[in-house]
Ligand binder design. Structure first.
Ligand SMILES: *Cc1c(COP(=O)(O)O)cnc(C)c1O
Length: 378
């Protein structure tokens, strides 16, 4: 039987194992070592604009520390894109603060600047001025970043860019991961490149990087003994995982090219379909890495997303619904929400298609065959 075609699985190059072996032979089996520095340097170089990366155990940890550096505390509120993975919002609650959710706009599927401003005005009226804003470049698509940053600066609220899914994407010819006060990346196994598990917090200056390191390594004061004036975390990435990341950075541009090729393949496949629209941006200011190719199923179609996903699953092909908006999640039912039905409609109609950079031509042909058959039957 044909092996399973995954939504997005790790795709290791030639150097990763070599660097991992190197960390063993040099005995850097610890959250310190040369590959951590090498991995961070590779990211800073790639991002080009003044970027200071800190390698951490996860993207979630990176968001947690970004909020901490922005001084978010118990009782505060943080504005957060609703249409995203739960990891965007969870760290807000780790600090005892409350996520206030904001709906998306239809062009990029990310935080709607109008709803954002509506939310800010209303929270200020309620004497709860938000402490920070987290927007996302979801599925690799850059948000309407200038509009978001403009509103944020007008009200003097700091911004975190969750670029977990957008390494290699560009907004107005600048790399995602370089906007706002802090950005984060994830290197989980399903992302465009991986460290098996890991994340990076990108700051804009050296001082913020030093503070990140301080909190990521138990907030140790400068002293011969262990002296602590503040609460810290154990969030530093292992040198072994960073070795994988260093190798992955060397193949990043190839991985992006393959994801974009998958996207073109699906666009060709569904060209002229009245039932299925492939999500993309026509505006060249928004260059997605197309981490995942997403489609919307027309509400008039003779099939729905569940039938579509189940049919693929029966052929050993993994597809998934889009992220369920966080304001609809049971755990966040009591959190405020600003918007309408943009993200909930996307959730109802959308599907993520297999998008791994390791998908072969045969895999794509097989997917095409299965999908053509499905649509013919409906
Ligand atoms: C993956 C992801 C995260 C979290 O990253 P981890 O490394 O898994 O902790 C955060 N936000 C978004 C949008 C993600 O897709």
């Amino acid at each position: 039987m044909k092996s399973k075609i995954w939504l997005s699985s790790p795709h290791i190059g030639e150097m990763e194992q070599y660097y991992v072996k190197e960390s063993f032979s040099e005995n850097w089996i610890a959250p310190v070592g040369p590959h951590i520095i090498g991995f961070e340097t590779a990211i800073d170089k790639y991002l080009k604009r003044s970027s200071f990366s800190t390698a951490l155990v996860s993207g979630t940890a990176a968001i947690h520390l970004a909020l901490k550096l922005l001084n978010v505390k118990a009782g505060d509120e943080v504005l957060c894109q609703s249409f995203t993975f739960v990891a965007t919002a969870n760290p807000i609650t780790y600090l005892g603060a409350t996520p206030v959710f904001v709906d998306s706009e239809i062009e990029t599927w990310n935080m709607c600047p109008n709803y954002l401003e509506e939310a800010i005005i209303d929270r200020i009226k309620l004497k709860k001025k938000p402490k920070a804003i987290i927007f996302v470049d979801l599925y690799g698509m850059p948000a309407k970043i200038d509009e978001i940053l403009e509103i944020a600066s007008q009200y003097n609220i700091p911004v975190i860019e969750d670029a977990a899914e957008a390494l290699g994407s560009e907004y107005k010819n600048k790399k995602c991961g370089t906007f706002g006060d802090f950005s984060i990346f994830s290197f989980n196994g399903n992302k465009i490149i991986t460290t098996s598990g890991g994340g990076v917090l990108v700051s804009r200056n050296k001082e913020d990087k030093e503070k990140t390191l301080f909190y990521a390594t138990q907030a140790k004061e400068k002293a011969l003994h262990y002296e602590h004036k503040e609460i810290g975390f154990n969030y530093r990435l292992s040198n072994v995982c960073a070795a994988i990341g260093k190798g992955q950075m060397e193949v990043l541009s190839k991985r992006i090219a393959r994801r974009q090729l998958n996207h073109s393949f699906y666009q060709d496949l569904f060209k002229g379909s009245k039932d299925i629209t492939v999500f993309k941006s026509e505006d060249t200011n928004f260059k997605s890495n197309y981490w995942l190719t997403c489609i919307l199923i027309n509400t008039q179609a003779h099939f729905n997303k569940t039938e579509f996903i189940n049919y693929l699953a029966a052929h050993n092909i993994e597809a998934r619904p889009l992220w369920k908006p966080l304001h609809l999640q049971p755990v966040f039912t009591n959190n405020p929400f600003y918007g309408t039905t943009i993200s909930s409609n996307l959730f109802n109609q959308g599907v993520c298609l297999p998008s791994g950079s390791n998908m072969s031509l045969n895999d794509r042909l097989f997917i095409a065959e299965v999908l053509v058959e499905f649509i013919k039957r409906k």
